[in-house]
Design a protein around this ligand. Structure first.
Ligand code: CO8
Length: 258
């Protein structure tokens, strides 16, 4: 499919989606969100794809929602369009693991988009922030909720109230990102990580994603029960038999997603 605001490729078992609005620091507009939702949905349905990388440019993952597109909208426009809602809902329905590979700015909606991924790898030049307060608004695609869960109330509140940026080292220290790598190694590292995930059973990877995400939605007791039922259920798969047999036979397992 021809997209204008993103580029999509599939390399081995990895889908790579690159945000591509270089003149606007990859700011997220309605078209981009729509194309992103469609691309992710199609990668999710593509049986050869086992992991997805979402990335931007060296300068910007995304510098937020497109301020120029939003500036003149009224409450009625926002509410009736349910602005950005369809794209973000599609994003959250993706069952395959999505890695955010962030270099440069991840601000406002850009930071929120990165946090909607399953984990964030970032370059040492990455800068995260929720500067919406400078524009007279608050975050709108989950920033106040997700950043608070990732880095705790105090730092999240400070970030949202001051609009300041967090550098890569602080983002790693506070648990926002899983790892920081030198900028020129970011894509190689993201691809290596995605390839590692692609070696696993895609069924198990989906189960991991569901179980970890459930920890944000439920109590500890319910979450542990949910995990246990997934653990039990995976014994119905060929991949569990293959994984355990391969261990006993001292060979590499060949997972087929069955
Ligand atoms: N929207 C539109 N255009 C943008 C944006 C943006 N968010 N960010 C950068 N641009 C454009 C600039 O206007 C400029 O365009 P032009 O060349 O035509 O003037 C071009 O990108 C390059 O930007 P700069 O010249 O500003 O580059 P600098 O290197 O000087 O600065 C910064 C880079 C620091 C990233 C700066 O551009 C900046 O501060 N950008 C805005 C960051 C921001 O405020 N983001 C939050 C936006 S609001 C939001 O994300 C809300 C999300 C919730 C949506 C909810 C929907 C329901």
């Amino acid at each position: 499919m021809g997209y204008e605001t993103i580029r999509v490729e599939v390399e081995d078992h990895v889908g790579i989606v690159r945000l591509d609005r270089p003149d606007a620091m990859n700011a997220l507009n309605s078209q981009l969100l729509d194309e992103l939702g469609k691309a992710l949905c199609s990668l999710d349905q593509n049986d050869t794809v086992r992991a997805i990388i979402l990335t931007g440019s060296d300068k910007a993952f995304a510098a937020g929602a497109d301020i120029k597109e939003m500036a003149d909208k009224s409450f009625v426009d926002m509410f009736s369009e349910d602005y950005f809602s369809a794209g973000t809902e599609r994003f959250l329905r993706v069952r395959k693991p999505i890695i955010a590979a962030v270099a440069g700015y991840a601000l406002g909606g850009g930071c929120e988009l990165a946090m909607m991924c399953d984990f964030i790898l970032c370059a040492d030049n990455a800068k995260f922030g929720q500067p919406e307060i400078n524009l007279g608004v608050v975050a709108g695609i989950g920033g106040t909720q997700r950043l608070t869960r990732f880095v705790g109330k105090s730092k999240s509140m400070e970030m949202h109230l001051t609009g300041r940026m967090m550098d890569a080292a602080e983002a790693e220290r506070s648990g926002l990102v899983s790892r920081v790598v030198p900028a020129k190694e970011l894509m190689a590292e993201a691809l290596k990580t995605a390839a590692k995930i692609a070696e696993k059973s895609p069924l198990t990877a989906m189960a991991v994603k569901e179980a970890v995400n459930r920890s944000y939605e439920t109590t500890l007791r319910e979450g542990v029960l949910f995990e246990r039922r997934l653990f039990n259920a995976l014994f119905a798969t060929e991949d569990q038999k293959e994984g355990m047999a391969a261990f006993a036979e001292k060979r590499t397992p060949q997972f087929r997603g069955k």
